[in-house]
Design a protein around this ligand. Structure first.
Ligand SMILES: [Zn+2]
Length: 126
């Protein structure tokens, strides 16, 4: 298995397609904050919006997350650690004044892109 953060998953590409169609400009797979190593999937630097599209397996989605039977404790540790890191990076960004948007890869790309577009354009979400 490769490293946790894989770029260009199908879900991300779908979301980005909608954003581009919407006329939004963004950066892909970059660290939102200088000096940090972890990356966000889609970053709007000026609007300070960081988007994560979390994989159902890697981030332990409540609907589709599975806990592999082989090497169970290794996987469990790994996935739990990913989730901890998710919480941590969210907190660091929020503290720095960013808006953090986290989605699951199973979310509708069109709806996700719509929410992102509203956030970036400063329209309050309901
Ligand atoms: Zn899921």
């Amino acid at each position: 298995m490769r490293a946790t953060r894989r770029r260009d998953t199908a879900a991300e590409i779908d979301v980005r397609k909608h954003l581009t169609r919407d006329g939004l400009r963004y950066r892909v797979d970059v660290p939102p904050l200088p000096g940090t190593r972890w990356r966000a999937d889609i970053v709007f630097t000026r609007a300070r919006v960081a988007v994560f599209v979390d994989g159902c397996f890697w981030h332990g989605c409540p609907d589709h997350g599975t806990w592999p039977a082989a090497h169970a404790s290794w996987w469990r540790t790994k996935i739990l650690r990913n989730r901890e890191r998710d919480l941590h990076s969210t907190q660091v960004l929020v503290d720095a004044g960013w808006q953090v948007m986290r989605f699951w890869e199973h979310d509708s790309a069109e709806e996700v892109a719509g929410m992102i577009a509203k956030a970036v354009r400063g329209i309050p979400r309901d």
